[in-house]
Design a protein around this ligand. Sequence first.
Ligand code: ZN
Length: 148
Amino acid sequence: MEAFIADAMLGRLARWLRFLGYDVLYFRDIDDRELVRIARRKGRVLLTRDRGLVRDFRVHHLLIRSEHLKGQLAEVLREYPPGNRSSRCMRCNGLLDEVREKEELLNEVPEHLFHSVDSFQRCQACGSIYWKGSHYARMLESLREIQI
Ligand SMILES: [Zn+2]
């Protein structure tokens, strides 16, 4: 399955794509040469809004035209359908594991969550904890609006 690297302008898009299970590298501060170098070396598709960048460098890319998140998501998903992906960490792109023993999280999540949520996931890379709460529901709702 293809993997991506997003340019510095596309941080929100990168996070949403990770939520949808796409493998997306993102660095807040990175210059064009480095971005292109990583894309080439790792065989990642460069997501960028910068026409100049893809004119100056020969690199496998998807030029994002929309200025808005939903339009940007639609552009990526049209080209690379979501298929069967499981979420990645929105912070660091790590893979998520199901937390088997909820008791492990007793001191890590707020008490009301611990009691009201049944299943949690933990990022293998940075340890962030995820659950399907109101934020998750809102994101799914937004995705339905763009008809994915
Ligand atoms: Zn993480």
